[in-house]
Write a protein that binds this ligand. Structure first.
Ligand code: 5AD
Ligand code: FES
Length: 364
């Protein structure tokens, strides 16, 4: 006889078929899943949320992922790149407002100019904040030597979503060329972890061609890879991308949203002490989407502190929320929202994943 959701939730390890059962659960079983994940969050993390001030410093991208609004091939988009002083000013805003950390994110470019510039910026941010501001980087695939230079210059977390861990599905949502290779994505994740970054990854949920088995495989990958941070969000179509032609095959947005909440809840149950981001894309579907994610397991929010005039141009997907707000608006709005989710924003702390410190101790 198949195990019930209650039986499954009382285990410590999950098989692929257990995970598929959890992803498909409805009604009382779904309530049970979310109850379990919020209890685990409360026990291991507390009712807490940490901010990462998000600076989307450039939408210039050398890649052509078939789902992404800022892909190189999209010509319906004004490209921008903040200058160093604008980036420093945004970092200073985060520092002055006691955000523990910032996240620097951009389109993907590999060149000695870009790597040198980022290295220099990291040093200036460290100097400006006396080393107090935590820095997450999310600027894609790079050579190990570049990752190492950035680590030495002050970045200590890196977010590189694997997007899907099924190589066949990865192949369907990326161009078939050496610039978009699944094996390189894995190599990059391994070198980040080896260098000593708190390493984060995640996938998009509700992609065309994606099955529940794929998602269960993604969950097992994240557990086996021993990630420190997880950032996952629903796939949201963008009109100016090739994947738009598969829109009729997608599950409805509400279902993609619900499945993302289930993925977050299951990750929290499988990896009790990692950091989990409540992705902005959740809010593109449900006005209180991120708060729902905080309730059932997420503990990281990324208020957008990119200068307002550029926000409209960093559209990875359609209906991106908060593109008209200022950084101050985002902060007070999020604070009110977090307290509605019965949680509290913790200021002035890095909010490192406990998982990372314990993983490092195990390695010693
Ligand atoms: N819908 C949702 N998320 C997207 N991303 C890119 N395009 C989309 C989309 N259409 C996500 C990818 C990438 C991150 C920066 O944004 O997962 O890693
Ligand atoms: Fe690859 Fe944007 S072009 S994620």
């Amino acid at each position: 006889m198949d195990r019930t959701v209650n039986d499954i939730l009382n285990q410590d390890n999950f098989s692929k078929s257990d995970l598929i059962t959890l992803l498909n659960c409805e009604g009382d079983d779904r309530t049970l899943l979310f109850k379990k994940s919020s209890e685990i969050k409360e026990k291991y993390i507390g009712k807490k949320v940490w901010f990462r001030g998000l600076i989307e410093f450039s939408n210039i991208c050398g890649k052509d992922c078939l789902y992404c609004g800022i892909r190189k091939g999209n010509k319906n988009l004004e490209r921008y790149s903040l200058d160093d002083d604008e980036i420093l000013a945004a970092a200073k805003f985060a520092y002055i407002h006691s955000y523990g950390s910032i996240a620097l994110q951009s389109g993907e470019l590999e060149s000695s100019f870009v790597s040198g510039r980022i290295e220099n910026l990291l040093r200036r941010i460290r100097e400006m904040s006396d080393g107090e501001l935590g820095v997450t980087l999310s600027v894609g695939e790079q050579e190990p030597e570049v990752y190492k230079r950035w680590f030495d210059a002050g970045a200590h977390r890196y977010l590189l979503r694997v997007e899907s861990t099924n190589p066949a599905l990865y192949g369907k949502i990326h161009p078939d060329d050496s610039k978009h290779s699944f094996s390189r994505r894995l190599e990059c994740l391994k070198s980040l972890q080896y260098i000593g970054y708190q390493t984060g990854t995640g996938v998009m949920i509700g992609l065309p061609f994606q099955t529940m088995e794929d998602l269960a495989g993604d969950l097992l990958f994240m557990k086996n890879f021993d990630i420190d941070m997880c950032g996952m969000g629903p796939y949201i179509e963008h009109a100016d991308t090739p994947l738009i032609h598969h829109s009729q095959t997608l599950m409805p947005l509400k279902q993609r949203f619900d499945l993302t909440l289930k993925m977050i809840a299951i990750v929290r149950i499988m990896m009790k002490d990692i950091n989990i981001v409540a992705a902005t894309a959740l809010q593109a579907i449900d006005p209180i989407g991120r708060e729902k994610a905080v309730k059932i397991g997420a503990n990281i929010l990324m208020p957008n502190i990119t200068p307002g005039k550029y926000r409209d141009s960093y559209k990875l997907y359609d209906n991106k929320p908060c593109t008209d707000d200022s950084a101050e608006d985002c902060q007070s709005c999020l604070e009110a929202r977090v307290s509605l989710a019965d949680a509290e924003v913790i200021y002035g702390e890095w909010g490192d994943s406990k998982h990372y410190s314990e993983r490092r101790l195990r390695l010693k």
